[in-house]
Design a protein around this ligand. Structure first.
Ligand code: HXC
Length: 513
């Protein structure tokens, strides 16, 4: 037995070395951790169980039969993250550049299926040169096997992709289907075609970082939800994200302990400026509504005119969607609608209740917006809210104008409770624009048109720039003093804990993609 145990230990040692010490040193020199080091960081100490450590590729082409490396470039298994079961894989760049072979794909698929059967989240740590070039179509088939399962698992178990090195070509489509993508600054990039192909096809000179680095995807494309400073930061963010999510769509997120106090937040009375055209930071409002520092912003640098993220309220996990008056006056545009629409779907899929803070002057006008499909994209957000069955509460802090009033989780599209601050203005449009249209003749025929505009604007504002007409119709359930907002929300989300809402029986809806 002794010699057999020794053989086993030798094999394990060999597997742990991956592509060898020289390549591990290269990985470290690039400020990247190895796949095994990343796995150690992700899972609670001593809890990771590896599956398929001795898997080898089956290729005989290009002399590959002489280059078989145990684990075949991907570490797969399961363990506990903050005490809860999570399945994961980490691609090992030291083994053929983490490239995906047929067997590498089989290992990932096995973990995905286990994750689904056992209803637990899946985390992928990606660091790969793409399809294993020596294997050709077998590798392409492997990718498709993964994409297919990503799709089957979508909305069933949370799926998170960390991009911790290259992720190029068709390989990008697995992270793209998952719920969240997190990139590491400077060491990761994602693109369908790299700088060389771009140069050939469009004659543009662009670096990998410019084309598909974390900044490009955090700010321009919105492909990544989060960016991180280092591998350690990235894995911490993965864990943080998991803490707000349930194990599967059949679960609720965990509720952390919270001892209730009076929950009054005086600061909230002084955030909205007296002049309705002056901006303020909606994140300040969020900070005073949610528990301590629980707000975890998603897509922070993309479409800054809408703020989204997870938070906790009296220990309950919630998703926050809020117009941001600091950026473009909080208007809804194509990117803001896409960003928030996707987030609403994610929260709804995983039973995370929604808090929606509204200060929206309307949709952004212009040819750019119309030609880029503000109609279809705005409809995504409208559809996502309308279809969501999780508890949904709206607080109108100031403006709720036009179609954007309807879209931003109005009662009409199924919100459970709508509160409004006394600073609320709920109308078809702003007082100036409205009076210029409906009092056009009176203004034109007036002896002093400029003064008449001011008079009519005042008259319109007195009639509509307040929440009481909406409250009179029950479109707003209660006008509340801002300082009581948190207290109201704690009670309301607790009351909605058991909400059950059935949808009509159909195959699936047809969200305007
Ligand atoms: C096999 C690969 C590989 C690959 C890298 N390696 N990519 N082996 N298949 N796709 C190997 C290298 O031969 C090298 O082996 C080691 O990994 C490290 O690679 P380097 O080039 O030395 O590293 P670096 O300079 O950091 O460059 C990384 C890289 C580059 C940018 C990823 O390796 C690269 O461009 N690779 C090819 C990328 C690519 O074209 N992939 C296919 C895309 S198409 P040694 O033995 O020297 O350590 C695709 C289709 C998917 O993925 C479709 C899905 C639908």
């Amino acid at each position: 037995m002794e010699d057999k145990l020794q053989l086993l230990e030798e094999k394990k040692q060999k597997a742990r070395l991956g592509g060898g010490q020289e390549r591990i040193d290269k990985q470290h020199a690039k400020k990247k951790l190895t796949a095994r080091e990343r796995i150690e960081l992700l899972f609670d100490p001593g809890t990771f169980e590896e599956i398929g450590m001795f898997v080898e590729h089956r290729s005989f082409d290009f002399g590959m039969e002489n280059q078989r490396i145990l684990s075949d470039g991907v570490i797969t298994g399961y363990g506990l993250v903050n005490g809860r079961t999570v399945f994961g894989f980490a691609q090992d760049f030291t083994v053929f550049g983490g490239s995906l072979s047929e067997t590498h794909a089989e290992k990932i698929v096995k973990i995905m299926e286990l994750a689904m059967e056992n209803r637990a989240p899946l985390v992928g740590l990606n660091d790969s040169g793409g399809a294993r070039i020596q294997e050709g179509v077998k590798s392409l088939g492997g990718y498709a096997d993964i994409f297919y399962r990503n799709t089957l698992a979508s909305g069933f178990i949370p799926q998170i992709s960390a991009i911790m090195g290259p992720c190029a070509g068709g390989a990008v489509y697995s992270p793209a289907i998952t719920d969240f993508t997190i990139m590491v600054d400077q060491t990761s990039y994602m693109f369908v075609t790299g700088p060389n192909v771009v140069k050939t096809v469009t004659n543009e000179d662009v670096s990998s970082e410019e084309l598909g680095g974390s900044a490009a995807h955090a700010q321009k494309s919105g492909v990544t939800h989060l960016r991180s400073l280092s591998d350690v930061d990235c894995i911490n963010k993965v864990k943080q994200l998991l803490s707000y999510l349930p194990q599967s769509c059949h679960d609720k997120p965990i509720q952390v302990d919270y001892a209730l106090d009076d929950e009054i937040r005086e600061e909230l009375n002084n955030i909205v400026p007296p002049n309705p055209n002056h901006p303020y930071d909606i994140k300040e409002v969020i900070q005073h509504i949610v528990d301590g520092d629980s707000f975890f912003e998603i897509h922070e640098e993309f479409a800054e005119n809408i703020v989204i993220g997870f938070a906790r309220i009296a220990g309950r996990s919630i998703g926050v969607v809020a117009n941001q008056p600091y950026s473009l006056a909080g208007v809804l545009d194509v990117n803001a609608s896409r960003k928030a629409g996707r987030f609403v779907r994610t929260c709804d899929a995983f039973n995370v209740p929604l808090l929606v803070l509204v200060d929206v002057p309307g949709f952004l006008p212009g040819t750019d917006q119309e030609w880029n499909g503000i109609i279809t994209n705005g409809a995504k957000l409208l559809y996502a809210f309308s279809e969501a069955t999780v508890p949904r509460i709206t607080v109108i802090t100031r403006k709720a104008y036009g179609g954007a009033y309807d879209v931003m989780n109005s009662k009409h599209i199924g919100a459970d409770l709508n509160y409004c601050w006394p600073s609320g203005e709920i109308a078809v449009m702003g007082a100036k624009g409205a009076s210029e249209i409906i009092f056009k003749k009176e203004i034109k025929n007036s002896a002093d048109p400029a003064q008449e505009i001011i008079n009519k604007e005042k008259q319109y504002a007195e009639m509509f720039a307040h929440p009481y007409k909406a409250a009179a119709r029950g479109f707003v359930d209660e006008v509340i003093e801002p300082k009581y907002t948190r207290r109201k929300l704690i009670k309301a989300f607790a009351m909605l804990e058991g909400k059950v809402k059935e949808r009509v029986d159909k195959k699936h809806g047809n969200i305007p993609l």
